[in-house]
Design a protein around this ligand. Structure first.
Ligand code: CA
Length: 495
C-alpha cells in the first residue's frame, strides 16, 4: 500500500527539482532613472538644500549601498544621455548627438543583449528617443516629453490614457509589470520618470510643500560671467530673463481634469495675482523667479522620492530586495540657480555630474562612497556584467562591478571626455573637453568663439575664473591638451 504514495512523493520531489533547476537565479536589475535630477537636490550628496529638502528614500539606497560622487555624463542633455546608456557608446557613434535626432533602434543595445542572455526586459516611463523602443519584452512609454498629469503611455504599440500624477503612474505600471513577470527568469526593468524635468508641475499633495520656507540662494545667482570666455555670457537659460511663464506656473502645461484644475489653479492663481500686483523688477524679480522655480522643482523631486520608497517597499514585501540590484541615476545634472541658470548642457560641474546610487545586497558595502571618475558610458557594460553576459568589444565604457565590490582596478580611467553637440540650445555652443577631476579644459570650436577655458576646481570649485593664461598652469594645460587629443582618438571622435 505504501508504494503509490512513495511514487507520488518521488514524482513531486522530482518536479520540484526540475522547477528549481529551471529557475534562473541571476540577479534582477532595477534601473530607476529620472530626468534632470541635480546632485544638489538629493540629500545623500549633502548639498546646501539637503537639510531643507531631504530625500529619505533615495538616501536609503545610498545607506544600503554605494554612492558615486563623480559620475560624469559624456553629453549633458536628455536624449543623447539615454542613447549612451542603451549603447555604451559616445554620441557620435550611437548617432544621438542632440535631442533633435531620432534614435536608431536597429543598433546593438544593452536591452537586446540582456534579452539574448535570457533576461526579461521592460521599460516603463520616459523614453524620449522618438523611435519605437526595441529590445524590450514590454514597453510602456510617454509620448515625447510627456506631461506631469494624465499621461498617455504608448504601451506595446497601443496608446493608453491614464488619469493621475505621472510620477505615481509610472511607479504603478512598473510594479504591475514586476508582479506579472515570469518568476523563473531574472528581469531588467528601466523605470524612468519624467520628473524632475520642466515644466515643474507638483503633485496636488505637494502644492504647499516648502510654502513657508525661504530657499537659500546659491552664491552665484547673480553671476556676471566675467573671468571666463564669452561662451557662458551668451547663455539663454537665465532665471532672470529666460525662464518664462510656463516654467514658473504663471501658465500651465498639463491637460488637467476639471477636479485637478480646480485644486491646482486654486493654489497658484491667487499667488500669481498677488505677485503681478507687486510689479517686481531687476534682482527682486530674479529672486521671486528663483523661489518659485526651486520650490516647484523640489516638489517634483519629493514625489520621485516617495515613489522610490514605494518601489523599495515592494521589493522588501515580495522577497526581491536581496537578489535585485537597485541602480538610481538621472540623465544628467541640472542648474538650481548656480550661475543664474536653470537647465543643463554645459561641461561645468553641476550639469556634468549626475547622481549614481547602487544597492546590491551582500555585494556593495552599505554606506560606501566612491570617488573614481565613472560615467553613464559605463552603465551598459555594468548591466551586462551583473547578468554575467559578455560585453561587446565596441562598447566604450567599463563595467563598474569591481568598484561595486570595493576594489577599483589600478588602470581605471583618470580622465573623462565630454562632448556637447546641440549648438544654440539655450544659447549653449558646441563644446568638448577633458577633466581629471581637479583640472578641466574646455574647447569651444565655434568660429565666432574659437576659444578655450581652463579651471582648477581645487581653488575655484564654482568655476568663476578661467586660468587659461596663468603661467603656473601652462604645463598642466599642455598635458590636458595632449590628453584631449588622445581621448578623441581613443573614442574615434571625428567631428
Ligand atoms: Ca534631462
Amino acid at each position: 500500500m505504501q508504494k503509490p504514495k512513495l511514487l507520488l512523493l518521488t514524482s513531486l520531489s522530482f518536479l520540484a527539482y526540475v522547477l528549481n533547476a529551471a529557475k534562473d537565479e541571476r540577479p534582477n536589475i532595477l534601473f530607476i532613472f529620472t530626468d534632470d535630477h541635480a546632485l544638489n537636490a538629493l540629500s545623500a550628496y549633502g548639498g546646501p538644500l539637503a537639510k531643507l529638502a531631504p530625500t529619505p528614500h533615495l538616501d536609503r539606497i545610498a545607506k544600503e549601498g554605494m554612492l558615486f560622487r563623480h559620475c560624469l555624463v559624456s553629453n549633458s542633455i536628455c536624449a543623447p544621455s539615454r542613447a549612451v546608456i542603451l549603447t555604451g557608446k559616445h554620441s557620435h557613434l550611437n548617432g544621438q548627438r542632440t535631442n533633435k535626432d531620432t534614435f536608431d533602434g536597429s543598433q546593438q543595445t544593452v536591452s537586446k543583449l540582456l534579452q539574448r542572455a535570457g533576461y526579461q526586459t521592460a521599460i516603463v516611463g520616459k523614453w524620449h528617443l522618438k523611435s519605437t523602443p526595441t529590445g524590450f519584452h514590454h514597453f510602456e512609454v510617454l509620448k515625447g516629453q510627456g506631461q506631469y498629469y494624465n499621461p498617455l503611455l504608448f504601451t506595446n504599440g497601443e496608446m493608453v490614457k491614464h488619469t493621475g500624477y505621472t510620477t505615481d503612474i509610472i511607479t504603478d505600471q512598473a510594479l504591475k509589470w514586476i508582479d506579472q513577470r515570469d518568476q523563473n527568469k531574472p528581469f531588467f526593468l528601466m523605470a524612468q520618470h519624467k520628473a524632475p524635468h520642466g515644466r515643474w508641475e507638483p503633485a496636488l499633495r505637494h502644492l504647499k510643500t516648502f510654502e513657508d520656507v525661504q530657499i537659500p540662494e546659491p552664491p552665484t545667482l547673480f553671476d556676471d560671467y566675467s573671468g571666463r570666455s564669452e561662451a557662458p555670457a551668451n547663455h539663454k537659460m537665465g532665471i532672470a530673463e529666460h525662464i518664462g511663464p510656463s516654467r514658473l506656473m504663471l501658465r500651465y502645461s498639463s491637460k488637467f481634469t476639471p477636479e485637478q484644475y480646480k485644486i491646482f489653479d486654486g493654489h497658484f492663481r491667487p499667488l500669481n495675482e498677488a505677485m503681478q500686483k507687486l510689479d517686481l523688477k531687476g534682482k527682486k524679480l530674479t529672486r521671486w523667479n528663483y523661489q518659485r522655480y526651486i520650490k516647484n522643482y523640489l516638489r517634483c523631486v519629493k514625489a520621485v522620492d516617495e515613489n522610490i520608497g514605494r518601489m523599495l517597499d515592494y521589493l522588501d514585501e515580495n522577497g526581491l530586495s536581496k537578489n535585485t540590484v537597485v541602480i538610481y541615476s538621472s540623465d544628467q545634472g541640472f542648474w538650481l540657480g548656480e550661475h543664474g541658470w536653470f537647465d543643463k548642457r554645459w561641461m561645468y560641474e553641476e550639469s556634468l555630474h549626475t547622481p549614481l546610487l547602487v544597492r546590491w545586497t551582500g555585494r556593495t558595502k552599505p554606506g560606501s562612497t566612491n570617488t573614481d571618475l565613472v560615467s553613464n558610458l559605463d552603465f551598459a557594460q555594468t548591466f551586462l556584467d551583473i547578468a554575467g553576459a559578455p560585453q561587446p568589444k565596441d562598447m566604450q565604457g567599463r563595467s563598474l562591478l569591481p568598484i561595486l565590490h570595493g576594489k577599483t582596478p589600478e588602470d581605471w580611467r583618470k580622465t573623462h571626455y565630454y562632448h556637447y553637440y546641440e549648438a544654440g540650445g539655450h544659447g549653449v555652443p558646441i563644446h568638448f573637453g577633458v577633466t581629471d577631476g581637479r583640472y578641466k579644459l574646455i574647447r569651444f570650436p565655434d568660429e565666432k568663439l574659437n576659444t578655450w577655458e581652463f579651471f582648477d576646481l581645487k581653488v575655484d570649485p564654482q568655476e568663476m575664473k578661467s586660468r587659461l593664461n596663468a603661467p603656473k598652469y601652462s604645463k598642466i594645460i599642455a598635458g590636458l591638451k595632449k590628453e584631449l587629443t588622445r581621448l578623441r582618438k581613443h573614442y574615434q571622435v571625428e567631428d
